[in-house]
Unconditional design. Structure first.
Length: 56
């Protein structure tokens, strides 16, 4: 039971830390354009690499 004195406040602090991180991410606009991020991840608009210089 003595360990509960440490674990309960620790759980509360970690929960509040996670909640504050989530609220900060909402406030900073992390979840504004989820569809656009998904399409950017799969779009194939990479530029081809320039030819490597010949050695020798």
């Amino acid at each position: 039971m003595e360990v509960m004195v440490i674990l309960v406040p620790l759980a509360l602090v970690l929960g509040l830390l996670g909640l504050s991180a989530f609220l900060w991410s909402l406030k900073s606009g992390q979840y504004e354009d989820l569809d656009g991020a998904a399409w950017r991840a799969i779009s194939d608009d990479d530029q081809p690499l320039p030819p490597a210089p010949k050695r020798g």
